[in-house]
Design a protein around this ligand. Structure first.
Ligand SMILES: Cc1cc2nc3c(=O)[nH]c(=O)nc-3n(C[C@H](O)[C@H](O)[C@H](O)COP(=O)(O)O)c2cc1C
Length: 150
């Protein structure tokens, strides 16, 4: 099973979580392709069996710069990802109120519109609650990998 892991980060936390996720996936026997930022062609070329997106929110509920073009391209080209299992880890800060984890939510919505299948419900990591997001993601990642392989 080939898993593509995409991260969108401003200050590096989402990249770190994605790197840890990649380590854990390899330990679980998955083949991992790790991408910081992404393009539709880059994603489609991998012919992935599953997708994990780790995405921070910046600005007022915006995507990190590294994923803005990717997200727009998904909407413009609308490459159907029918049945592709995916998971989203959304990093945010609940102090931002209504825009908490909004970028992750937007990517999740788009993937659902493209008919991909959410393997486990989105994980929200709140910077107001934790300083160890990569450790906090571990139980969710175990569930995600089990769902992919089960
Ligand atoms: C300038 C700035 C704007 C932010 N805006 C939001 C926001 O609108 N919603 C949210 O949930 N988190 C927001 N955050 C919090 C980040 O998403 C959170 O700290 C995240 O862990 C950062 O991940 P990164 O290190 O990968 O960039 C913002 C942080 C900064 C510094």
């Amino acid at each position: 099973m080939k898993l593509v892991i995409i991260s969108g980060s401003v200050y590096g936390t989402a990249d770190l979580v994605a790197d840890e996720a990649a380590n854990q996936a390899r330990a679980a026997g998955l083949e991992v392709v790790r991408m910081k930022g992404a393009s539709v062609d880059g994603l489609l070329a991998e012919n992935a069996d599953a997708l994990l997106v780790c995405c921070a929110t910046t600005g007022m509920g915006e995507l990190p710069d590294t994923l803005v073009a990717f997200h727009a391209e998904l909407h413009d080209r609308f490459p159907l990802l029918t049945g592709l299992p995916f998971g989203v880890i959304a990093l945010g800060d609940s102090a931002y109120g209504d825009t908490f984890c909004l970028a992750g939510e937007q990517l999740r919505e788009t993937l659902l519109e493209l008919q991909a299948r959410e393997a486990v419900p989105m994980l929200r990591l709140d910077a107001s609650e934790t300083v160890t997001p990569e450790a906090d993601a571990e139980p969710w990642l175990s569930d995600f990998y089990a769902a992919l392989q089960g």
